[in-house]
Design a protein around this ligand. Structure first.
Ligand SMILES: Cc1cc2nc3c(=O)[nH]c(=O)nc-3n(C[C@H](O)[C@H](O)[C@H](O)COP(=O)(O)O)c2cc1C
Length: 325
């Protein structure tokens, strides 16, 4: 007789290179502020981890409005890394994060820069706080030196990852967030791994253009913006699967998957493709509680499959050329 599994018996706990999370759900950087901006809408303490918006060494006002527009199946943004800067972040925002951590979620701070020193300064300083569990590098930024985007140039990426890793508290995890705006993402994923990242997160937004047809001008003041939301999900799942199979699995580097996750079925796709944890961004604008609903859906799905441990399905996708397809 087969044993029935109840949803309450299912464990959603995951291990990200030694960083243990009660469940795989995270906020995607830039979509949930510094900590408690969403507290009136959802109990953030239920999430496995909280990821802050990008922090840079200097405070930044960001781009002019419009910075966000809705598109069919997604949204585009060109916020321009608006943030309070390193000093104010450490003084004013960190205490809220520490308070949040005491109640459950692990804390990951996203860092952005325009030269290697920027990344090293911000990541090195923030990682010294014992309550910060991880630093996520937003490498979708141009280098002031040569204009090359860190996340699209494997040589530059490996170098910045290595220097940042050396500057950080040893037990603080380094996460490199991959850009999808490359010809072959396995090259940048490999460079991040060679540079010493503990974890990969993927993907950031796709560079895109939306046009106001009456004005014959871009709808976003910046011109182009980053596309996110359901429109990019199958692309993100594909890239997650490729990076898992061709780089991350053998290297033993876990993946945080994101890009259009809105419902529990989307989360299952990313897990099967090889993601260990899952971040939700654009869907929070529709329903801030979507990660909580996703967790419930995951538990029911796994229970119906007779599975008690979420980690049993990670990377179990079968592709046509696999020997056991
Ligand atoms: C409004 C907005 C702001 C964002 N800001 C950042 C940011 O500051 N740093 C970063 O690394 N990614 C940022 N992102 C990218 C998201 O973290 C995520 O990688 C992307 O949106 C894909 O996930 P989604 O489809 O669930 O939104 C931002 C996305 C949006 C929609």
């Amino acid at each position: 007789m087969t044993q029935t599994v109840e949803a309450t018996d299912v464990s959603l706990a995951v291990d990200l290179a030694g960083l243990k999370l009660d469940n795989p759900m995270m906020t995607a950087s830039g979509t949930c502020g510094y900590a408690y901006e969403y507290q009136d809408f959802v109990d953030l303490h239920q999430f496995g981890a909280f990821v802050t918006k990008s922090i840079s060494v200097e405070a930044r006002k960001g781009n002019e409005a419009y910075r966000i527009v809705e598109t069919r199946g997604g949204m585009m943004n060109a916020i321009g890394l608006a943030n309070v800067g390193l000093e104010a972040f450490c003084k004013d925002k960190m205490p809220q994060l520490i308070q949040m951590r005491q109640q459950g979620p692990r804390i990951i701070v996203n860092v952005a820069g325009h030269c290697t020193d920027d990344y090293v300064t911000a990541a090195g300083r923030i990682s010294q706080a014992p309550h910060v569990d991880g630093i996520e590098l937003n490498v979708s930024c141009p280098n002031v030196g040569d204009g090359l985007t860190f996340g699209t140039d494997p040589k530059l990426l490996k170098q910045v990852v290595r220097e940042v890793r050396n500057s950080m508290r040893k037990d603080c995890k380094l996460i490199v967030k991959l850009s999808p705006n490359v010809g072959d993402i396995t090259l940048t994923a490999g460079a991040a791994v060679d540079g010493g990242t503990d974890i990969l997160s993927m993907i950031n937004t796709y560079t895109a253009l939306a046009i106001d047809i009456n004005k014959r001008r871009p709808r976003i003041a910046n011109g182009t913006g980053g596309l996110s939301g359901p429109a990019i999900r199958p692309l993100a799942v594909y890239l997650t699967s490729r990076v898992y199979r061709e780089v991350a699995k053998d290297a033993g580097v876990p993946i945080i998957g994101m890009g259009g996750i809105q419902y529990w079925q989307d989360a299952v796709e990313f897990l099967l493709a090889g993601a260990t944890a899952l971040a939700v961004g654009t869907a929070l604008f529709v329903d801030p509680a979507s990660p909580v609903n996703i967790m419930q859906g995951l538990k029911t799905f796994l229970a119906n499959q007779g599975i008690t441990d979420i980690t049993d399905i990670i990377g179990t996708l079968k592709m046509p050329n696999d020997p056991d397809y």
